[in-house]
Design a protein around this ligand. Structure first.
Ligand SMILES: Nc1nc2c(ncn2[C@@H]2O[C@H](COP(=O)(O)OP(=O)(O)O)[C@@H](O)[C@H]2O)c(=O)[nH]1
Ligand SMILES: [Mg+2]
Length: 363
């Protein structure tokens, strides 16, 4: 048996539908990390394009390549957490699997951790020498800027790029933080920095964010919504899931759509009942679309799966509406308090709809 020294650097690469990118990435790592004993762990969520199989074929030729394939799960942050925890190396780096992160930055990220000068090193697109021109479009630029401002307000460290997905961390520090990570979002660095407390030594190195060549971005332009949900989830200590927060927010937008559409219909000459129906229909369609595009972006229904999903949603939420009225009536009968009864009904309604949406519509 050949003896091989264990890796002291693990590069964790979350990937989804990156089949064309994995082999070039391994070659790029090989060229960039000549001085290191490295390994790479791809964490793939059962991509339909066969990414996992492509990685397994590479792994058969190169023992430094490993794969974790998760079936029935999706999520960038949780993929990163599992990848890091699967490693025994003292230093771990995290980078995207689409070649957008410049692998030549890796040495600058890991060297200060090996030398004991830093605990976390972040590749920043916003330091002199860094560049974010690879961000898909102007809209993404604006959202990214807004997210950075918001994150900077929350963080105890002055980071120029707290939303970066490219960083390295001392393994022991990650282990300490791991139990506190919610892992439901896509900004794992932000969560990590929020979880390590004030004592950690965090620094940045400039890096260029390249445009994507193959495959497509999985992050919707509405990621800010999910990001806000993550902040609320953290503020609640994790007991209110991000998805539920976003679902409830979408529900509130639905109420506004309902009121606006009813008013427009009424002022256009519809009678009361008809205007109510139009308002209701607009609200349901808006809710379904927003949930499909934001809340359940990772499971969104397209093509022929859209209609059955929509019909289930309408049927499930109608039952939710009946439950809402029933509960409100019950509370009103026993307590006689108008607002409290309505609130109780609304809470039951939204929880019911959430359960239907999460278990039946967007499985
Ligand atoms: N395992 C896993 N990886 C993901 C998921 N979503 C995105 N990724 C990977 O995370 C990295 C960054 O995602 P990407 O869509 O390129 O984000 P963008 O560069 O901000 O547009 C890429 O390597 C993706 O393949 C997911 O749900 N699970
Ligand atoms: Mg990308």
């Amino acid at each position: 048996m050949t003896s091989r020294l264990p890796a002291d650097l693990t590069v964790v690469v979350p990937c989804y539908n990156e089949v064309l990118n994995v082999a070039p990435l391994v070659r790029a790592l090989d060229a960039a990390l000549l001085q290191r004993r490295w390994e790479v762990v791809f964490v793939d969520d059962h991509s339909p394009d066969g990414t996992a199989q492509a990685v397994r074929e590479l792994a058969q030729q190169d023992p430094r390549v490993r794969i974790i394939e998760r079936v029935g799960r999706r999520g960038l942050s949780s993929a990163v957490i599992e990848g890091v925890l699967s490693s025994s190396a003292p230093v771990v780096a995290v980078m995207d699997g689409d070649l957008q992160h410049d692998e030549t930055t890796l040495n600058k990220l890991v060297a200060p951790i090996f030398s004991g000068d830093a605990d976390i090193m972040v590749a920043s697109r916003h330091l002199a020498g860094g560049d974010s021109s690879g961000l898909a479009n102007r809209w993404r630029h604006l959202l990214s800027q807004a997210g950075i401002r918001l994150a900077q307000i929350m963080l105890p460290y002055p980071l120029t790029d707290p939303m970066s997905g490219f960083f390295a961390v001392r393994r022991e520090l990650f282990d300490e933080a791991a139990p506190k990570l919610v892992g439901s979002g896509f900004k794992i660095l932000l969560e990590l920095v929020l979880s390590v407390g004030r004592g950690a030594r965090i620094a940045e190195a400039p890096s260029v964010f390249r445009p994507r060549l193959a495959g497509e971005s999985k992050l919707s332009p509405l990621v800010m919504f999910q990001f806000l949900g993550m902040l609320v989830e953290r503020a609640c200590g994790g007991w209110l899931p991000t998805r539920f927060v976003v679902f409830a927010a979408v529900g509130l937008i639905g109420v506004l759509v309902n009121l606006a559409a009813t008013d427009i219909a009424r002022f256009s000459g519809c009678e009361f009942n008809k205007a109510q129906m139009i308002g209701m229909a607009c609200a349901i369609i808006a809710n379904f679309q927003l949930n499909n595009r934001i809340t359940y972006y990772d499971r969104r229904l397209k093509g022929v799966r859209w209609w059955p999903g929509f019909i289930l949603f309408v049927a499930g939420c109608s039952l939710g509406g009946i439950a809402n009225i029933g509960v409100a009536q019950l509370v009103y009968d026993s307590a006689g308090h108008w607002t409290r009864s309505s609130a109780a009904g609304a809470v039951i309604g939204v929880v019911w709809n959430y359960v239907v949406a999460s278990t039946l519509v967007w499985r």
